[in-house]
Design a protein around this ligand. Structure first.
Ligand code: ADP
Length: 311
């Protein structure tokens, strides 16, 4: 378990984070979401024993980051926002080096390197020189070095930053794959990058946690409901008039023609996607798309995360 109580970190006289209180239980995949400068890296660096807290207590599995940093380092795997890769080394050499640095016995190192490479989907690149790898593969090397000593906790600072859409999908899969064996804390400044990856989201603004819940619950509370977008063909005006009686919880916000189809945007205090889908189909129309409005989700989080727009 990660326990943070009353954490503050100052750079000189400037408060970068604090107060922060939070707990992460074993097995959770938690996202730390905030704009640039909100304090994500600082918080993660304290956890990884790279920075000392200015005040407060930070414990990892009962070990204090100030009193017992070696024990904390042994149980945490950390991917900094700029991973310290050695471009002239091969992946195998570098992972072996990282394993030895974290106390893996020499005899166990080859097996640990192979296992970490397999988990990070890097086996085919083990003998490649790091400097010649794409950014996506270099990020995977960063993750592999973080898990090579089989830490219970994995802390990833912006692992998705700079990846292309296909690499983002692969990275999400990789991070979800870590979840079985590790407790994962992952930071990002873009909700959509981590939205499907995490069980729980912490929104950090100006060094403080301003929301701590599931994405669903945060959206519900902030928006007072979910926004749903729907695209249907053959939905007549008469049929549209039956929406209120068929799905009374839904309020129609807008309807517009889109390539011969009708695009509806609705809001509802609860998730009524299944009922809406049934209503469309039972009316003899065809449902082409239904989903929550991603744009809206991003807006909710930016409203929470950004100091100017918060008030
Ligand atoms: P994030 O990771 O969310 O972008 P950071 O933790 O890097 O945020 O930064 C939090 C605040 O601390 C910012 O205002 C940043 O300018 C400041 N900061 C970060 N690192 C340093 C440093 N080494 N010296 C002085 N100020 C810093």
């Amino acid at each position: 378990m990660i326990q943070i109580e009353g954490l503050y970190k100052y750079y000189g006289t400037t408060r970068a984070v604090g107060p922060i209180d939070l707990q992460v239980s074993a097995g959770e995949v938690v996202g730390l979401l905030g704009e640039n400068g909100a304090g994500k890296s600082t918080t993660l660096r304290v956890l990884a024993c790279e920075l000392l807290p200015s005040a407060g207590r930070v414990k990892v599995d009962g070990h204090d980051v100030v009193d017992d940093p070696d024990a904390v380092r042994a149980s945490i795997g950390y991917l900094p926002d700029k991973p310290p890769l050695y471009p002239e080394m091969t992946v195998r050499e570098y992972l072996g080096f990282a394993a030895r640095l974290r106390g893996v016995a020499r005899a166990d190192t080859p097996a640990r390197v192979a296992a970490a490479a397999e988990q990070a989907a890097l086996t085919s690149e083990l003998d490649a020189v790091i400097g010649a790898l794409s950014h996506g593969f270099q990020q995977r090397v960063g993750i592999a070095q973080a898990i090579v000593h089989r830490p219970r906790f994995v802390v990833l600072d912006e692992p998705i930053s700079g990846l292309d859409p296909r690499q983002i999908v692969e990275m999400r899969r990789l991070i979800r794959g870590l979840a079985g064996e590790h407790t994962v804390l992952i930071s990002s400044h873009i909700l959509s990058e981590i939205s499907q990856t995490c069980d729980r989201l912490l929104v950090i603004r100006d060094g403080e946690i301003v929301a701590d819940d599931t994405e669903e619950a945060i959206v519900q509370r902030t928006l007072g409901g979910a926004r749903i977008r729907l695209l249907a063909s053959g939905l007549t005006a008469e049929r549209l008039a039956t929406l209120t009686s068929a799905v009374p919880q839904a309020t129609l916000l807008s309807s517009q023609e889109e390539a011969g189809c009708l695009r509806l945007e609705l809001t509802s205090p609860e998730d009524v996607r299944a009922r809406l889908a049934r209503w469309v189909v039972e009316s003899g129309a065809e449902l082409l798309e239904i989903g929550r409005s991603e744009h809206e989700l991003e807006r909710v989080f930016m409203r929470l995360a950004s100091p100017e727009q918060a008030s």
